[in-house]
Design a protein around this ligand. Structure first.
Ligand SMILES: [Zn+2]
Length: 122
């Protein structure tokens, strides 16, 4: 029996592994993988336009991750951003959000320019 707030995942290499389940994790842990591949994931925040998926981001944590690929997530929770294939800390997530704000302004500038090109101001 697993205690409340914990889960047990049956792994190939370490047998049954019990670990705390963060409140933000949506679950879905499947048995039969390696312990290092256990991944907590939060709900995706999706950016889509006219039905096309652009990117998604969400909380992730690999509680048994090794040091091989720290940019792909680790033992410290982070925000995984699919379009850049990286897991970011809070400072980097704020930086990305600021850059996207600036990009939105650039897009509006292009829309203004296109309106002019098409003679919309006549
Ligand atoms: Zn989880």
């Amino acid at each position: 029996m697993t205690e409340p707030g914990t889960i047990t995942v049956h792994t190939l290499d370490h047998g049954p592994v019990s670990l705390p389940e963060p409140a933000w994790c949506i679950g879905g842990h499947e048995d039969g993988g390696h312990r290092a591949d256990i991944l907590h994931t939060g709900p995706d925040v999706v950016l889509a336009f006219h039905g096309r998926h652009i990117t998604a981001a969400g909380l992730v944590q690999s509680p048994f991750a090794g040091d091989a690929s720290p940019e792909l997530g680790g033992r410290t929770p982070g925000v995984s951003v699919s379009v850049i294939g990286r897991t970011l800390d809070p400072v980097a997530v704020y930086e990305l959000a600021a850059r996207l704000d600036a990009y939105a302004d650039q897009l509006r500038g292009l829309a203004d320019q296109l309106t002019d090109v098409l003679g919309g101001d006549q």
